[in-house]
Design a binder for this molecule. Structure first.
Ligand code: URA
Length: 209
């Protein structure tokens, strides 16, 4: 079973509260999503391997630690996942960015992939899939399938808010994928919105309705 990491940092909790507030406009919403993504990126990268290199400070030679060349790929699920990319890139400027686009078939209600473009060296990269909302789990499940189908073996899922229903779907379908959450909410409503959630993340990020 993949691990579930629920953030407990006060700054993340504080910022998500204002992301949820319906009186927060698109500009502030985007800024807060960026900030929370950056803070969560700190936790998602906690286990990156280090290696020692030799450097010289103004005082002496020393051995010091650097990230051991692990290649990272950030993969937003279109479109709301895009809002989390900038914050991650602030922290990880050398990461590559892929994209997965999905739509829901109105008849089968299944997610259908319409776009997938990933950075090269898929097998050697750690992929961090981003989507602000893990609701039914249908999109995240299909996005993970899409990335795995292209050869990825090291995948993490990062979401701002999740419902228990979505977590269960991912843990059952992809027990190798660790999930990073800002907040865990109560449930889904009859329209598959997370309660209390934040409404439609894409609409709030991009000011559409
Ligand atoms: N997607 C959203 O944007 N919001 C939800 O509450 C659920 C899915």
């Amino acid at each position: 079973m993949g691990e579930l990491f629920l953030m407990d940092h006060p700054l993340i909790k504080h910022k998500i509260t204002f992301i949820r507030d319906k009186n927060t406009g698109a500009k502030e919403f985007r800024e807060l999503v960026k900030e929370v993504s950056m803070l969560m990126g700190y936790e998602v990268t906690r286990n990156l391997e280090l290696e020692e290199i030799e450097i010289e400070t103004p005082v002496s030679k020393t051995k010091a630690k650097v990230i051991a060349g692990k290649k990272l790929g950030i993969v937003p699920i279109l479109r709301a996942g895009l809002g989390m990319v900038e914050g991650m890139l602030t922290l990880l400027p050398a990461a590559k960015v892929g994209h997965v686009g999905l739509y829901r078939d109105p008849e089968t209600l299944e997610a259908v992939e319409y776009y997938c473009k990933l950075p090269s060296d898929v097998r050697e990269r750690t992929f961090i899939i981003t989507d602000p909302m893990l609701a039914t789990g249908v999109s995240a499940n299909s996005a993970i399938d899409a990335v795995k189908k292209r050869g990825a073996i090291d995948i993490k899922l990062m979401c701002l808010i999740a419902a228990p229903e979505g977590i269960k779907v991912i843990q059952e379908a992809h027990p190798d994928v660790d999930i990073y959450l800002g907040e865990l909410d109560e449930k889904l409503n009859e329209h598959a919105y997370i309660v209390p959630g934040l409404g439609d993340a894409g609409d709030r990020l991009f000011g559409t309705k």
